[in-house]
Design a protein around this ligand. Structure first.
Ligand code: NAP
Length: 276
C-alpha cells in the first residue's frame, strides 16, 4: 500500500458502518476503513477466529473503533450476533463494506472443468457471493433511507483469468447479486455497488496460483502500466459510500489502472510481461 496518508475531511461525518473482511494491514478492507475513518466515519469490524482478532483489534483501535465482532459468514448464529451487536450499540447503520471471499486452494489452480468439485463450488459461492446478499439484507433492515453498500469483485467474473476458476464464477454471481440488491433497495434510497479491483498483494491473492505472473502481466498490460494501488480502491469506496455517490447504484466500477479496457496489450507490454 502506498505509504501516504488518506485524504482527511468530513464526507463521512455522522455516518456509522460495518467493515467485513479485514484480515491484516494489507487487506483491501483495511485501506477502505482507513479512508472512511479519515473522512469522519465511525466503524465496526468483524473478524474470523482468535488469531485474526489479535491482528484486527490493534488496527481497529488505531482508528478509534471498539466494536469488533467474531463472524463466520457461513454461520447464521454469528451473523445474527453481529447485527444484534450493532443494533444494540448503534440502533441503525449507514453503510456496509463486504470484502470477503474464499475458495479452497485446490479449486484455484489448473483446469476449471476438471478441478471444480460440488463442495468447492458450493462453498465458494456461499462465502463469496451469498454472504453479501445475507449481510446486505441484515444491514438494510438497520438502515434509514440513504444507506449504501459496497462489495469487492474482480475481472475474473467477466473474462477467463488462469487459475481464478470457481472464484470467477462466484464473482459473477456477486456482481449479479449487486444489481438485484440495488433494484430491491433502490426505492428506499439504499445504493448497492461493487468495486472491481485489479490484483493487490493480500492473503486472499496469495491463494491464487501463478500470482507472480498475474502481477507482472497486469503491470505491463494495464493502461496505466502499473498495478492497482489500494488507495484508489479506498477512494472509490469513499465515493460510493458517501453522498458523493448519489444516484450511482447497481454498478460494477473498475479500479484496475485501466486493465479491463485493454483488448490487446501493446507489443512492448507483452515483452515486459514475459520478463523479457
Ligand atoms: P484478505 O485480506 O485475505 O481478506 C479476505 C477476507 O475474507 C479475510 O478477512 C477472510 O478472513 C475473510 N473471509 C473468508 N472466509 C470467511 C468467512 N467464512 N467468514 C468471514 N470472513 C471470511 O484479502 P483481500 O484481497 O483484501 O480480499 C477482500 C476482497 O477483495 C475479496 O472479496 C477479494 O476477492 C476481493 N478482491 C481482491 C483482489 C486482490 O487482488 N487482492 C482483487 C479484486 C477483488 P480469514 O482470513 O479468516 O479467512
Amino acid at each position: 500500500m502506498a505509504d501516504q496518508d488518506f485524504p482527511t475531511g468530513t464526507l463521512m461525518a455522522g455516518k456509522r458502518g460495518l467493515i467485513m473482511g479485514v484480515a491484516n494491514k494489507n487487506s483491501i478492507a483495511w485501506a477502505i476503513a482507513r479512508q472512511l475513518a479519515a473522512q469522519g466515519a465511525e466503524l465496526a469490524f468483524t473478524f474470523q477466529g482468535e488469531a485474526l482478532a489479535r491482528r484486527v483489534r490493534p488496527l481497529a483501535e488505531s482508528i478509534g473503533s471498539d466494536i469488533l465482532v467474531e463472524c463466520d459468514v457461513t454461520n447464521d448464529d454469528t451473523m445474527d450476533n453481529t447485527f444484534a451487536t450493532l443494533k444494540d450499540k448503534w440502533g441503525k447503520i449507514d453503510f456496509l463494506v463486504h470484502a470477503i471471499a474464499f475458495a479452497g486452494k485446490d479449486q484455484l489452480a489448473g483446469s476449471f472443468i476438471d478441478n471444480t468439485t460440488r463442495e468447492g463450488f458450493k462453498s465458494a459461492l456461499d462465502i463469496s457471493a451469498y454472504s453479501f446478499v445475507d449481510a446486505g439484507r441484515r444491514a438494510a433492515a438497520m438502515m434509514n433511507d440513504g444507506g449504501a453498500m459496497v462489495t469487492l469483485t474482480y475481472l475474473g467474473s467477466e473474462r477467463v483469468i488462469p487459475n481464478y476458476n470457481v472464484m470467477g464464477v462466484a464473482k459473477a454471481a456477486l456482481e449479479a447479486s449487486t444489481r438485484y440488491m440495488a433494484a430491491d433497495l433502490g426505492p428506499r434510497g439504499i445504493r448497492v455497488n461493487a468495486i472491481s479491483a485489479g490484483p493487490i498483494k493480500t492473503l486472499a491473492a496469495a491463494g491464487i496460483g501463478s500470482g507472480r505472473h498475474m502481477f507482472r502481466f497486469n503491470k505491463a498490460a494495464a493502461a496505466m502500466r502499473d498495478n492497482t494501488d489500494p488507495m484508489g480502491v479506498a477512494g472509490a469506496a469513499l465515493y460510493l459510500l458517501s453522498d458523493l455517490g448519489l444516484s450511482c447504484t447497481g454498478e460494477t466500477h473498475h479500479v484496475d489502472g485501466g486493465f479491463h479496457a485493454i483488448g490487446m496489450p501493446a507489443e512492448d507490454a507483452m515483452t515486459e510481461a514475459s520478463g523479457g
